[in-house]
Design a protein around this ligand. Structure first.
Ligand code: ZN
Length: 238
């Protein structure tokens, strides 16, 4: 896909993720370059809902921006570079502080699929920056080594839940990464509601989750178009 299309998709993805309550003033989404598989695109350091095409930077695998001018990068861009380096199958990465998933990052309750739209949550890895780095930090993935430790914790899974911080979700396309991020937030909310009913929750079995994930794999265009339209309507109304 040409760079201009990938950049246009990043702009839409940022607007969707804000409109769907996955990101607020913080959080970011990237996509791997098709022309140079060791480069990726990511917005400059700014609120996702305000991102336009001119705000999107191209980065190398050391998270150095190509031609940044006076545009400053996100502190946590190492999340993206180190996952792309370690996972050739990953084409897009979303990092957010998605509010409903945070309780699962700080408790022993496992975030897992309560409904079919979130089958990919059958494999959620937990990442604790204190254990990974062996020291107290400000919780941010602000350098290469921390990026490596997060990518290692993610392994071959689609989701890494980061204690006291947020979540990082990958996909084989930007639409998949965005859809997973929205449905992870929804599943977390629904799971908390189901647990509040006071009786044991019947989660999707591993096999059900895998089958549901396969069924959803070709369906990303539908929510993407809906969410894009809604996000654009809201933006036009401003
Ligand atoms: Zn963060």
């Amino acid at each position: 896909m040409p760079a201009a299309q990938l950049i246009a998709d990043i702009v839409v993805a940022n607007h969707i993720l804000f409109d769907q309550g996955v990101v607020d003033a913080f959080g970011h989404v990237s996509v791997r370059s098709d022309e140079n598989k060791q480069h990726y695109f990511l917005a400059r350091n700014m609120a996702p809902s305000l991102v336009e095409a001119g705000d999107v930077l191209e980065y190398d695998f050391d998270s150095n921006a190509i031609n940044p001018g006076d545009r400053r990068g996100y502190l946590e861009r190492f999340i993206h570079s180190e996952i792309y380096r370690m996972r050739p199958d990953v084409m897009s990465v979303v990092h957010s502080h998605s509010p409903a998933v945070i309780p699962f990052s700080v408790s022993r309750t496992t975030l897992q699929p309560v409904y079919h739209m979130a089958g990919f949550l059958r494999d959620v890895k937990k990442y604790d920056i204190r254990t990974a780095s062996g020291q107290m930090t400000d919780m941010l993935i602000r350098n290469h080594d921390l990026g490596v430790s997060l990518a290692a914790a993610l392994g071959s899974a689609p989701v890494a839940l980061m204690r006291g911080h947020g979540i990082t979700i990958v996909g084989t396309s930007i639409k998949e990464a965005v859809c997973r991020s929205v449905y992870a937030e929804m599943n977390a909310r629904i799971q908390i509601q189901a647990m509040g009913l006071g009786t044991p929750v019947e989660y999707l079995s591993r096999e059900e989750a895998e089958l549901a994930e396969k069924a959803n794999a070709g369906q990303f265009d539908r929510p993407w178009e809906l969410w894009q339209k809604h996000a654009e309507e809201i933006r036009r109304g401003k």
